[in-house]
Structures are given as C-alpha cells and as structure tokens.
Write a protein that binds this ligand. Structure first.
Ligand SMILES: [Zn+2]
Length: 99
C-alpha cells in the first residue's frame, strides 16, 4: 500500500506514504518545522536529544511538534517519548562499549 508522493512543503523530495504517514512532508522539511527555539529550560532539556533520533523517528518529531503547537504534553506522550529515545539510543551505547 506504500507509494511515493512529493513533499507538500518543498515540492522536491519524495516521501514514502504508508498507512502510518500523517503528512506527506519529507524529513528535512519536518526537521525545519520542529526547529523553533524552546523557551522553557525544562522542556529545552527534555527535547535536547541527538538530532539523528528526530531524523530517524517521525514519532519523536510529531511529539515535539505537538509541544511547539500546544506548549505542553500529556504524561503519556512524555513517557512514550522517553521510551522511544531510550530504545533509539541503545545501539549507540553498544557501539561505544567497543572502544
Ligand atoms: Zn520537503
């Protein structure tokens, strides 16, 4: 069921559309979309994760976008965000162990 469609923001890059795709926006436009500065030090720290994780996970991007639009997250959104970050960070930890 997956197909390619041009990004609605830059109209240049193709985006893989699947059942889970919320918006046909390519990763680089999506990254720009969530790069607004965060005022609150608490939230700044919360979202201050490896940018590669945002590039990898549309879920993490959508959570950050929710925060930027609404100024808050539910407890469940926070918990899931932290869980995904932790899972995404695991292979990286293994690599570091080799050093
Ligand atoms: Zn784009």
């Amino acid at each position: 069921m997956a197909y390619q469609q041009r990004c609605i923001a830059c109209k240049k890059n193709f985006v893989l559309i699947t059942f889970y795709t919320q918006r046909p926006v390519c990763v680089s436009c999506d990254m720009k979309d969530i790069s607004d500065p965060i005022e609150s030090p608490k939230w700044k720290k919360f979202f201050n994760i490896d940018p590669a994780l945002y590039e990898k996970s549309s879920f993490l991007r959508s959570i950050k976008r929710n925060y930027l639009r609404q100024g808050a997250l539910t407890q469940k959104q926070k918990d899931t965000f932290l869980k995904v970050v932790k899972e995404g960070a695991q292979p990286r930890k293994k690599e570091n162990m080799k050093e």
